[in-house]
Design a protein around this ligand. Structure first.
Ligand code: C2E
Ligand code: CA
Ligand code: CA
Length: 579
């Protein structure tokens, strides 16, 4: 007996033995310690008090009773479960029948305190759950644009590939969109406003499509929408353009997003992702070129326009390298002196023996940056060709057109000085013609270079004055010497007797600021007469001469002088009182 009870005491479990009649027959000390039951209670045979103490400690005593009842109804049954205590402890409970030679004589209950193990397990479970959450967060970030919360390029590519691999005949549409003039929002309102605008655009895009459609930000101000199985992609595109046009307020400023959208759909030769995206891109480019704030669906003709542009650019590149850029000269006559005092150099592109006018190639040259090389070539050529003419008379000058792109380079004055010097041309005899747009970006660089040129004696003329955003008010702040009145104002003069207050005040205002005035595009004697009477200093136009190659220049100069002499005679006669 004592051996047996010593064995019982040496186990790590709390043991309770109950007789077949349901009476407590023995317990070990561990059991008493675990349950906090005084030994006297057991020794006194007060089973109700023991049970009461047990029940009072459990979180769920009813289930406990149910289980016990079920086990007593089935004396052979074994069971294993877990008990939760009100004080946070957890016990494992085993129950087995007590047998003597196959006869059930009672039941042994053993309890093991697994609180710590349970806590450890809980901790492990929690750590695992945290890890899983983090992993899914990381996964989300890898496919999400952090600013807008939209999908990113990678997820879009995955989804597009998946959509294209889907069942044949499913509609797949790619809507590529780019915000118009987003750079301005950033520059004028700051990057915070720019970010808010991107977030708002993302929100509106999401609201325009079904939850299953992918809306991704590809970077910067470029977004893409993927529609799979859509019945009407054009309607979705239209909805997007409309929805973005609604203004929104940010810190008291009204912002109005506008976008250019290119739409391309599966089929008609577009069956892989790169072709679809390329077409959407071409259509988006066409939407921008067509005036922005619109959507256009890809059409094959758009490809032709693109090819034409690339072809033009390639041809121009070859021309720049192979001497295909030439210069024509147009005389500018002085109304006061009655002679040609200046000529303007105008670039020409000789392509396959045909002259391409600058309006056709200058914009492409500016966009591609080729204008820098073209400008250098024109400068070099005209200084070479007109060097001797300029050397004959220091009052003669040569005007060259300079694009804003050239001035952005920052080294234009050095280039001009070096070229003039190498051809023996005095910088005092050079005039640089720029349009007002070069002053737009408030870039000190452009301003500084013009000031530098002027301090070396080069004069600056403001070309095409009166077009675009010209403002007379700003004139006094600009480093210019001459105002060139745009042809469109000269064209308003028909009979020479009309009243043209804007033209008049341009001339007066320029004179008031100490600038000289040149009128461009003078085609008729009436126009010349009007301008001379209004005190215009110089005249330029087909009336005197068309732009001519250097070889024809002497003849052009004589013809121009003859014309102005005749006009001056007429004007003098008109202004002289008739006796
Ligand atoms: P622009 O500087 O305003 O040049 C005057 C343009 O008016 C020339 O056109 C000239 O041929 C044209 N023109 C002159 N008189 C008359 C006239 O009486 N009636 C009419 N209808 N037109 C007249 P062009 O040579 O085709 O040049 C067009 C524009 O291309 C120039 O306008 C200038 O902005 C640009 N350009 C020409 N050469 C160069 C260059 O070397 N560099 C840069 N950056 N631009 C250039
Ligand atoms: Ca010009
Ligand atoms: Ca002009």
């Amino acid at each position: 007996m004592s051996l047996l009870s010593a064995t019982l005491e040496s186990t790590a479990d709390g043991i309770l033995v109950v007789s077949a009649e349901g009476r407590i027959s023995s317990v070990n000390n561990k059991f008493l310690a675990m349950w906090g039951i005084p030994r006297e209670l057991v020794d006194a045979g007060d089973d109700e008090a023991v049970i009461g103490s047990v029940m009072g400690q459990l979180v769920d005593p009813e289930t406990f009773v149910e289980k016990v009842t079920a086990l007593y109804a089935d004396p052979d049954a074994e069971s294993h479960d877990v008990l939760d205590f009100r004080d946070g402890r957890t016990f494992e409970r085993y129950s087995r029948p007590q047998k003597v030679e196959d006869r059930v004589v009672g039941r042994v209950w053993s309890f093991r305190d697994v609180t710590q193990a349970r806590r450890d397990q809980d901790q492990i479970n929690r750590a695992m759950a945290d890890l899983a959450a983090q992993a899914s967060q990381l996964k989300r970030l890898a496919f999400q644009d952090p600013l807008t919360g939209l999908s990113n390029r990678q997820l879009f590519n995955d989804r597009l590939a998946h959509a294209l691999a889907g069942p044949c005949g499913t509609a797949v549409d790619v809507l590529l969109l780019d915000l118009d003039d987003f750079k301005e929002v950033n520059d004028v309102h700051g990057h915070h406003a720019g970010d808010q605008m991107l977030i708002e655009v993302g929100r509106r895009l999401r609201a325009c499509v079904r939850p299953s459609d992918v809306v991704a930000r590809l970077g910067g101000d470029e977004f893409v929408v993927l529609l799979v199985g859509s019945l009407d992609a054009d309607a979705a595109a239209e909805r997007i353009v409309e929805s973005l046009g609604v203004p929104f307020w940010l810190d008291g400023t009204m912002l109005r997003p506008s976008l250019s959208l290119g739409l391309a759909s599966i089929g008609e030769g577009a069956d892989d992702a790169s072709e679809l995206l390329r077409r959407a891109d071409i259509a988006m480019y066409a939407a921008k070129a067509a005036g922005k704030n619109r959507y256009l669906r890809f059409r094959p003709e758009m490809m032709a326009a693109l090819l034409e542009r690339t072809d033009l650019e390639a041809g121009l590149r070859t021309a720049v390298d192979g001497g295909g850029i030439t210069v024509h000269y147009q005389p500018i006559v002085s109304a006061r002196l009655g002679t040609v005092v200046k000529v303007e150099a105008l670039a020409r592109w000789e392509r396959d023996g045909i002259l391409v006018p600058p309006q056709q190639f200058i914009p492409t040259a500016e966009r591609s940056g080729l204008i820098v090389d073209i400008g250098a070539e024109v400068l070099h050529r005209c200084c070479t060709e007109l060097g001797p003419w300029l050397a004959q008379d220091p009052t003669r000058s040569l005007a060259i057109n300079v694009s804003g792109v050239q001035l952005q380079q920052g080294n234009f004055p050095e280039l001009l000085f070096a070229t003039a010097c190498s051809r023996g041309v005095d910088p005092h005899q050079l005039v640089v013609e720029v349009t007002e747009s070069v002053f737009f970006d408030d870039d000190c660089l452009v301003h500084r270079q013009l000031v530098q040129l002027r301090s070396a004696g080069v004069r600056v003329a403001l070309d095409d004055f009166g077009t675009g955003y010209s403002s007379l008010g700003r004139l006094q702040d600009l480093p210019v010497d001459t105002l060139k009145i745009d042809q469109s104002f000269v064209a308003m003069i028909r009979t020479g007797d009309e009243r043209l207050p804007i033209l008049n005040s341009m001339i007066d205002m320029a004179h008031g600021l100490g600038l000289t005035v040149t009128a461009e595009g003078v085609e008729t004697p009436e126009q010349a007469g009007y301008l001379m009477r209004r005190g215009c200093d110089s005249l330029q136009g087909f009336l005197f001469s068309r732009p001519q190659p250097a070889a024809e220049l002497p003849a052009a100069l004589s013809a121009s002088t003859r014309t102005i002499t005749a006009l001056r005679g007429d004007t003098a006669a008109q202004t002289q009182p008739v006796l």
